[in-house]
Ligand binder design. Structure first.
Ligand code: GDP
Ligand code: MG
Length: 603
């Protein structure tokens, strides 16, 4: 059987409750990282992660800790907390026997605390509740421990109190991990089954696969098979993160966690959740729970400024090697030219990809407003078949005479809100076509509201609205539950008399007029005056439902712009440069990036 002195666990929490900081402190506490070389957020290795202070890719580290005279190997996995990366969290959980659930002593239980707890319970993990940030003056550890008991059902006396800032309580937490988490199970003599719970791309080493051996044995030189991908590779290096990569010549056995290098050139060849087995001694079945990553949000990227289509293609291709969870295919638009239609796990993921393209790929691009996937049921063809097609772009919607119904993705959402904001949150959800499902008590001043909502209504400015209504204290978590038919229509936007596909959108009929009028107002703010008048119109099925006009610039305004003193003009030009780069000329009208995103502002 597996080594009884191994503990595989993960750290889960609502965002900002201190997962990454606590992980750093545990590295220090076990001597894997000394105070001198300590670098904040060692596990968040991507630049964007450090800058944004969020964890995008999970990381796994092996350390040693001695408890009761026995040395234990602790493998811990830092997980992303954001709703877009739920699938990665669930795979990380499947590689563990235990989870430390971190709760911020000043904030208490939040939406992702609850969501992560459900996942850990689903994965049959042993839990250690941790109340973190007890150094803060506003910390209320006892009250939070009671909340953990009341809301999450974990005994208050099980809570370990820590400060990831000062290191207080960290030694006690390490002891508790050895004492309370069970050792791994698994049969060493069985055929190999190893779970891929993460993978990352390294410029020098190629793809690095993070795995957990569930059954069997794996060693350097083995020929392996990825059961889902049906691809074979040869293992050239096995090792552990301590926290830097350390090759290890011993075979990896049931219970072990590590990394492997196997001559894999792109992350597209590796699916998180897939099962690794030996090519010449295959396991009968793959491990359960595997899912293909499903993009939920789509947008187009078009080159702008000096960037050419080929530059963009190269940048996207390179990034795809690094992040296999977004999809892309060439697209073209009459107005915007040639670009790419890309699919993402969610809005944060989309922002990250856009930022990495510009930063790492050195391209300048224009992005269209994100949309969700729609399922369109067509009317019966001549053979009586009612075909269903998936579209990710309003421009792909067939003529409405051929459309029987349009279905949109729905989510089950849990909003945690201060009691004082309940009324306003309910109004917000109902305004977003939400259906009330229930309400639960969280503490004397917090409630959990359950709503069923269209995903399309959440991806726009729902988070911003939630934050502003609750002064930052509201949080939401959601998961996609399926598709549902709705009264959806396509709205065209005409600029200077011609429809601009990249601005068209699919909206609910009941809200089409108000959305259309609001969008035109926003467009008017975004598009500069030209030498001629520009009409802006919104139309549904050829019927104009709203109109705005951008007046032409008078002669003296132009004169003022180009006359004035040189330094002022230069300043002005410099200031405009960045915005100009991200501009698209459509017909005779210059449309800035902001216009394409105007649709995100729902008023
Ligand atoms: P994550 O999103 O859960 O990974 O959270 P981070 O580890 O990135 O921490 C979020 C913020 O809380 C950072 O600014 C940390 O410096 C801060 N933080 C984390 N733990 C503590 C703590 O114990 N005490 C204090 N005062 N701040 C903390
Ligand atoms: Mg983090």
């Amino acid at each position: 059987v597996a080594n009884p002195y191994i503990r595989n666990f993960c750290i889960i929490a609502h965002i900002d409750h201190g997962k990454s900081t606590l992980a750093d402190r545990m590295l220090q506490g076990t001597g894997a990282m000394d105070d001198r070389t300590a670098q904040d957020q060692k596990l968040d290795s991507m630049d964007i992660e450090r800058e944004r202070g969020i964890t995008i890719k999970a990381a796994a580290v092996s350390v040693e800790h001695t408890w009761n005279g026995q040395t234990y190997e602790l493998n811990f996995i830092d997980t992303p907390g954001h709703v877009d990366f739920h699938y990665e969290v669930s795979r990380a959980l499947a590689a563990c026997e235990g989870a430390c659930l971190i709760v911020d002593a000043t904030q208490g239980v939040e939406a992702q605390t609850v969501a992560n707890l459900y996942k850990a319970v689903d994965a049959d993990l042993e839990l250690i509740p941790v109340i973190n940030k007890i150094d803060l003056p506003s910390a209320e550890p006892e009250r939070r421990a009671m909340q953990v008991e009341d809301v999450l059902g974990l005994p208050a006396e099980d809570c370990i109190l820590t400060s990831a800032k000062s290191g207080q309580g960290v030694a006690e937490l390490l002891d508790a991990i050895c004492e309370r988490f069970p050792p791994p199970e698994g049969e060493i003599e069985a055929p190999l089954q190893a779970l891929i719970f993460d993978a990352k791309y390294d410029d020098y080493r190629g793809v690095i696969v993070y795995f957990r051996v569930m059954n069997g044995r794996l060693k350097k030189g083995d020929r392996i098979l990825f059961m889902g991908k049906k691809r074979t590779h040869q293992v050239t290096e096995l090792g552990k993160f301590k926290p830097d990569m350390e090759p290890n010549a011993d075979p990896f056995e049931a219970g072990d966690v590590g990394y492997m290098i196997a001559g894999i050139k792109t992350l597209e060849d590796v699916n998180i959740g897939d099962t690794i087995t030996l090519d010449n001694h295959r396991a009968a079945t793959a491990l359960p729970g595997y899912e293909e990553p499903q993009p939920m949000v789509y947008c187009d990227f078009y080159p702008s400024g000096d960037t050419m289509f080929d530059d963009l293609r190269e940048a996207i291709g390179k990034l795809k090697v690094n992040d296999a969870s977004f999809t892309y295919e060439p697209s073209s638009s009459e107005a915007l030219g040639s670009g790419f239609r890309c699919g993402f796990l969610g809005m944060l993921h989309m922002d990250i990809i856009q930022e990495r393209l510009e930063r790492e790929g050195h391209v300048s691009l224009v992005q269209t407003a994100p949309t969700v996937t729609y399922e369109v049921q067509l009317t019966a063809n001549k053979d009586g078949v009612q075909e269903v097609i998936q579209i990710t772009n309003p421009a792909e919607l067939p003529d409405m005479s051929r459309v029987k119904s349009i279905r949109e993705p729905m989510v089950a959402a849990e909003v945690i809100t201060p009691t004082t904001s309940i009324g306003d949150i309910m109004k917000l959800c109902e305004n977003r076509r939400g259906v009330y499902r229930g309400q639960r008590f969280l503490s004397e001043d917090r409630q959990i509201l359950e709503y069923e909502l269209p995903l399309a209504e959440i991806i726009y400015d729902f988070f911003d609205k939630l934050k502003s209504i609750t002064s930052g204290y509201g949080t939401v978590d959601y998961r996609v539950t399926g598709f549902q038919a709705g009264e959806l229509v396509k709205m065209d936007i005409l600029v200077n008399g011609s429809p601009v596909e990249a601005l068209s959108l699919i909206v609910h009929r009941s809200k089409a007029e108000s959305r259309g009028r609001h969008l035109l107002k926003k467009l008017k703010e975004q598009i500069d005056r030209h030498l001629f008048e520009i009409p802006l119109q919104a139309a549904i099925g050829g019927k104009i439902i709203g109109r705005e006009t951008i007046k032409s610039v008078g002669k003296n305004v132009t004169a003022k712009c180009y006359g004035g003193d040189v330094s002022r003009k230069r300043k002005l030009l410099e200031k405009q440069k960045k915005g100009k780069d991200r501009m698209k000329r459509i017909g005779t009208v210059d449309i800035p990036q902001g216009a394409f995103m105007a649709v995100l502002d729902t008023g």
